[in-house]
Design a binder for this molecule. Sequence first.
Ligand code: MZP
Length: 496
Amino acid sequence: AKIIPEVSRTFNEYLLLPNRTRIECSTETVDLRTPLVRHVPGEAPAIELLSPFTSAIMQAVSSPELAIALARNGGLSFLHHNQPIEDQAAAVRQVKRFKAGFITSDTNVRPDDTLGHLVEVMRRTGHSTAAVTEDGTATGRLLGMVTSRDFHPQRHALDQPVSSRMTPIAELPHAGHEVSLSEANAQLWDQRLDCLPVVDEKGHLQHLVFRSDYTDNKRFPHQSVDANKRLRVGAGINTHDYQERIPALLEAGADLLCFDSSDGYSDWQRNALTWVKKHYPEIPVGGGNVVDGEGFNFLAEAGADFVKVGVGGGSICITRDQKGIGRGQASAVMDVAAARDEFRERTGEYVPICSDGGLVHDYHVALALAMGADFVMMGRYFARFDQAPGAKLPTRDGFVKEYWGEGSNRARNFQRYGQGDRLIFEEGVDGYVPYAGDLNEGLALTIAKIKATMVSCGSMTLPEFQATARLTLVSEQSFQESHANVSLRDTAATAV
Ligand code: MZP
């Protein structure tokens, strides 16, 4: 065997050094725009992200609801392929139905619609809260509030009228008073609600009034949109049924594809990439996962439009325990980033790379970007939010959400693992993650931290950050020094 002399390192072993911060470099001026697909340097890529986040190609993560919320915040989801082709295509359609800058009262809600329909509309449009009025006009009386996260299809009779599930009137200060459309909008802002379904006296929906920021894009200035202002969405594919799956996904409107495999350095993936490039040359398709320059070059030369990096570092992954395969994520990202830059020099084409899995703290995202990743993919991070599909369960101290690996018995995603046509042994676990509320709020906090980090490093763009960031290795002693060393009154939440 050949022994690679460098130690395999991970994010916890590094810190960033501050660089000079110029006056014009502030969190307002930092731009997180990043290329998503292969392009000629100096020319605009066909697809770019306005924030460098993608959600993992996993059952427990990338649902249509999450895809809508993430696209509205400038990122992108890859809807998972561990489901029948028709179901994945329907999920793509669900996201593509949503129009950015959504206009009021146009949701095709019929007068005889019920609670189930309201929940479906809220989920489809990416809203998690709504207020209910008493009568069938936009100037009706506010009665109470409904929250889609309170509903569970198995537990609630969704054929009931909307009014049967409302939070008591007392929680809305102006409840019971007549409100005009502009007052309704003010209510939506005050209550941090997304939309106001207007119902008739039986509680049946008439139409929805959306908070005005959804119509003028003030709250979501960075939405990921392509043709017709539709939100962008990607779709995961595998090397087994891609010839049938891809046409259905493209027909449904998928903007780009990504081969999803725990080991992308394979002839299977090269052949599948070649097939896609021959039949659908205009559709961007990513490949992975790899952990070194050799794997990157193999996929980039086969036509991959971006390459995902990471084996064995995912929070639910036990591949390293089971098969002894993998590499510390920091070493993997830096090695592949060097190969990407060498590929650009050699071919004149830039193939973006994605750091996938193993990001435990918000600052790990900044480290991955500084080390050369163009964007990141996260599972655990997104699984914690309301919009993720896992059930939200009460615990003694609060709530958790379910999160399970694609290599677990629960997911049974044999297409992702090279074990033949069934999963012989598990490579992932089935567990829980702490519940973290609404994606919009959680991601805004993470973005704020990354921008603040970049300001400290004197960088206003990601390419500048990659080029000028200075990293230092930390000893175990200095790692200890990094944390608070007093008894805490309150615990600071640092883990993502
Ligand atoms: P994390 O963000 O939860 O740490 O890692 C998510 C990543 O782990 C996914 O994007 C995927 O590459 C990988 N993954 C998904 N399922 C498994 C598994 O069951 C896994 N082993 O490793």
